[in-house]
Design a protein around this ligand. Structure first.
Ligand SMILES: Nc1nc2c(c(=O)[nH]1)N[C@H]1C(S)=C(S)[C@@H](COP(=O)(O)O)O[C@H]1N2
Ligand SMILES: [Mo]
Length: 372
């Protein structure tokens, strides 16, 4: 089963400024990367234990500053190619029909810092992921209230945050093709795990696009505009593209690729985070997800020998699923790995495929353990 409902065209454009900060590097981590890594954070891998990630442990990625919005004076504008423009405050949104949906969000740049050379941007390792239950108004319901015109092709979502990227002054904005925007499971969320959104996750309202990499889920939503031509904003036409090099127009980043992660067994060394565990039986556990099709299998590698794990049903079609495999650890050094396959037949690569912006690196995770 494939969840693709559209083939996305890539708008052509000329030579583009580096979307983040210049040419990829073989050098050590820069002060700018450290600064980004300290502002944004990933999910500690031990949080893979639970179906739902507590808000404070969910990964975080903000391009600019967090806007602190006074919800009393905030409203959402819906306009463009619609029959009736709408302005809705939080009270009106809370009175509208609501849905709750568990969604695994992952940043498209997850795995970037492992690439050689390393694209300079948020230097994620493997943990830029989290699963929350998002509650709010179905986007399709509000678009129906507004009445989308027949010649609409895309819907653009604009956040209240702004800044500079690639030398371009901008508000954070992303679009969806109209066919995607009309999906019944896209939510304008005012609750995360049953509480008001925290400021850093988009208070008072954000978009959540199940199955797409995180950049599609625009936070601090201020307006929704229906367009009769494709959106060419920076985060659409320049950033978030799979490019060979700076001169390649590339293809857009869309759906989350299949990935699995393991809870590192045993205990870590504080500084190196290398793992130590006693000999004997240990249950290896983790989670797997894909935006493109349901996870069909997870294989666990122990010193290069692959064994299928037990895979559980996820809490919803776009939530990660738990997997487990018992292991009897014998004394010595071992390398553990996990590798998921989804219903489209996509499988995580053993060797990473490099691209200029460091997008969609779903290479298998490898964990070195010392068994005592
Ligand atoms: N307005 C706005 N929305 C945004 C962003 C942003 O910087 N500004 N970052 C995007 C990116 S790149 C990701 S991966 C997700 C992260 O969502 P989270 O911080 O709630 O995990 O939000 C997306 N929505
Ligand atoms: Mo992201």
């Amino acid at each position: 089963m494939s969840r693709h409902s559209t083939i996305l065209k890539s708008p052509r454009h000329g030579r583009t400024p580096a979307p983040h900060a210049g040419e990829p590097s073989h050098g050590p981590l820069t002060a700018e990367e450290l600064q980004l890594a300290a502002r944004n954070h990933s999910m500690p891998l031990e949080a893979l234990q639970s179906d739902t990630t507590p808000a404070g442990l969910h990964y975080l990625l903000n391009h600019f500053d967090i806007p602190f919005i006074d919800a009393e004076h905030w409203h959402l504008r819906i306009g463009g190619a619609v029959q009736r423009s709408l302005e809705l405050n939080l009270k009106a949104l809370r009175r509208a029909p609501r849905i709750s949906i568990p969604v695994t969000l992952e940043c498209a740049g997850n795995g970037r810092s492992l690439l050689r050379p390393r694209p300079l941007s948020q230097p994620w390792r493997l943990e830029a992921v989290g699963t929350a239950v998002w509650t709010g108004v179905p986007l399709a319901y509000l678009l129906a209230q507004a009445g989308v015109e027949d010649d609409a092709v895309e819907v653009v979502f604009t956040g209240a945050d702004s800044g500079l990227q690639g030398g371009v002054r901008q508000q954070f904005a992303r679009s969806l093709p109209i066919s995607e925007a009309l999906r019944p499971d896209i939510v304008l969320a005012y609750r995360m795990n049953g509480n008001d959104l925290p400021p850093q996750h988009g208070y008072p309202l954000r978009l959540v696009v199940p199955g797409w990499y995180g950049m599609a889920s625009v936070k601090w939503l201020s307006s929704i505009n229906v367009l009769t031509r494709p959106f060419d904003g920076f985060q659409q036409a320049v950033a978030y593209r799979y490019q060979r090099d700076a001169d390649d127009a590339g293809t857009p980043v869309t759906w989350i690729k299949v990935r699995s992660l393991m809870v590192p067994p045993g205990v870590p060394d504080f500084f190196t985070r290398s793992r130590v565990l006693p000999a004997g039986p240990v249950m290896l556990t983790g989670r797997a997800w894909s935006g493109e099709g349901a996870v069909e299998r997870v294989d666990v590698g122990i010193d290069g020998q692959w064994t299928p794990a037990h895979v559980e049903h996820p809490a919803g079609p776009f939530a990660w699923c738990a997997w487990s495999l018992p292991w009897v650890a014998d004394a010595g050094e071992h390398e553990l790995a996990c590798r998921a396959t989804d219903a489209t037949g996509s499988v995580q690569p053993l060797e990473q495929a490099w691209n200029y912006q460091g997008m969609g690196n779903n290479v298998v995770q490898r964990i070195k353990v010392t068994v005592e």
